[in-house]
Design a protein around this ligand. Structure first.
Ligand SMILES: C[S@@+](CC[C@H](N)C(=O)[O-])C[C@H]1O[C@@H](n2cnc3c(N)ncnc32)[C@H](O)[C@@H]1O
Length: 345
C-alpha cells in the first residue's frame, strides 16, 4: 500500500462520520487501509494542515490523529522492541524540538508479545541519548506516536495540540475509584477535562436523569450542591448526603414546579436526542447567565428510519442554537452511541 500520511481513530460505529468530517475539510484525502476497527490509515492529506484546521475547529467524531513519518516492517516478535528503539528512536530524535517536553505513545493493534510500555520506554531511552528534549508522559507538548500492526509499525511526531487528543488513540483513562457508582462517571470526568470546565466553588447543579447517581457523585466531589431528577432510585451511598436533593420525578414534571435556578445543568437522560434537546431548551431560563450545561445526545449506531445521524445532530443543533451557545460537541472515548455537547448561556 502507499505509505499513509496519517492515522485516524474514532469509535468503530462512527468512523464513517469521522471520515466525512475529514473529507469535508480535506477533499483529496484517501483511505488507504483499515488497520483495526475504527483505525484508518489515510493518504493524500497533509497532516499539519488538517491538524491546524481541527485545532481551530475540533471535529465531533474523529477522536485522534497522528502523523506517519516512518513506516517500518516488523515481525510481531519480541525482537521488534529493540528494532523500534534503534530505528524509530534514532530517526525520530532529530525531529524533536529540544525545548519541548515529549512522550512516546504506542498503540498495539495486533497480538504481539510485548506491551506499549515496553516500546515507550525503549524508544524514549534511545531518544534521550540523542536529544535534550525532556521526557514528560503526563503533559507532553510533542508526541512520538507509534502504531503497531501485525506487519508494520508507523511512527510520527506532532505537537500534542495537533492530535485532537493528547492521549494515545484518544483513549483517555481514569482510575476507578472504590466509591464509583457507574461507568457513566468517566463520561462526565472526560467532558470536564476535554472542554476545560471548572465548576464554580459551591455551585448549584441540576442533574437530569441522575440515577443511579454517578454524575451526582462526581458533581458532589467537585463541591456542587445537587438536585438530582430521576424517577429511578439513586445509589444508597448518596442517601446520607444532605447536599443531594433527589426528586423522584421526570424532567418534564420538574419543569412544571417550576424549577430553581442553577449554575450547572447536566443531562444524561436516555431519550431521543431531539426530544432531550427540547427539554434542555425548556430548562435554559433556569440556568444562570454565567452558567454552563452538558448533555449527552443519544444516537443510533447507524443511519436508520429515524433519520441519518448527521441529520439528527443538525436537528438538535437547530433546537439548541436559539437559547444556548454550543461551546463544544465531541464523541468522547467514554461515549458509546452518543456524543457530549457543552452549552453556554
Ligand atoms: C444513562 S442513565 C444516567 C446515568 C447517570 N448519569 C449516572 O452517572 O449514573 C439515564 C437515566 O435517565 C433517566 N431518564 C430517562 N428519561 C427521563 C426523564 N424524562 N426524566 C428524568 N429522567 C429520565 C432514566 O431513569 C435513567 O436513570
Amino acid at each position: 500500500m502507499p505509505s499513509p500520511s496519517l492515522i485516524l481513530t474514532a469509535n468503530p460505529h462512527f468512523i464513517d462520520l469521522a471520515w466525512a468530517e475529514l473529507a469535508r475539510v480535506q477533499p483529496s484525502a484517501q483511505r488507504v487501509v483499515v488497520l483495526a476497527d475504527g483505525v484508518w490509515a489515510v493518504t493524500a492529506v497533509n497532516f499539519f494542515t488538517l491538524a491546524e484546521q481541527w485545532r481551530q475547529q475540533p471535529p465531533i467524531f474523529a477522536r485522534h490523529i497522528c502523523p506517519v513519518h516512518l513506516a517500518l516492517p516488523i515481525a510481531g516478535l519480541a525482537a521488534d522492541v529493540p528494532l523500534l528503539a534503534e530505528v524509530v528512536g534514532t530517526d525520530m530524535a532529530a525531529w524533536l524540538d529540544d525545548e519541548l517536553p515529549f512522550s512516546v505513545q504506542t498503540r498495539l493493534l495486533a497480538d504481539v508479545p510485548y506491551k506499549p510500555f515496553d516500546v515507550n520506554t525503549a524508544v524514549a531511552h534511545t531518544i534521550q541519548q540523542q536529544s535534550s528534549a525532556p521526557l514528560d508522559v503526563r503533559q507532553p507538548a510533542q508526541i512520538l506516536s507509534i502504531v503497531v500492526t501485525a506487519e508494520a509499525a508507523y511512527a510520527g511526531i506532532s505537537l500534542a495540540a495537533h492530535n485532537v487528543s493528547d492521549w494515545a488513540g484518544g483513549m483517555r483513562r481514569f482510575a476507578r475509584q472504590p466509591a464509583q457508582i457507574s461507568r457513566a462517571e468517566f463520561k462526565l470526568l472526560e467532558a470536564l477535562a476535554v472542554f476545560q470546565i471548572d465548576l464554580p466553588a459551591g455551585g448549584v447543579a441540576l442533574d437530569l436523569g441522575a440515577a443511579p447517581g454517578g454524575w451526582t457523585r462526581i458533581l458532589r466531589q467537585k463541591g456542587q450542591f445537587v438536585t438530582a431528577i430521576d424517577p429511578a432510585a439513586l445509589h444508597s451511598s448518596l442517601s446520607q448526603d444532605k447536599n443531594v436533593r433527589h426528586l423522584r420525578l421526570t424532567a418534564e414534571t420538574y419543569l412544571q414546579q417550576p424549577p430553581d435556578r442553577f449554575d450547572v445543568i447536566v443531562n444524561d437522560m436516555r431519550l431521543d436526542a431531539r426530544y432531550s434537546a427540547e427539554l434542555m431548551a425548556a430548562y435554559a431560563p433556569y440556568l444562570h447567565r454565567h452558567g454552563c450545561a452538558l448533555m449527552t445526545l443519544k444516537l443510533p449506531e447507524g443511519d436508520g428510519p429515524g433519520g441519518s445521524r448527521q441529520a439528527i445532530i443538525e436537528q438538535t443543533r437547530a433546537i439548541l442554537n436559539p437559547v444556548y451557545t454550543i461551546a463544544g460537541a465531541r464523541q468522547l472515548f467514554h461515549n458509546r452511541s452518543e456524543i457530549t455537547v457543552y452549552l453556554k448561556k
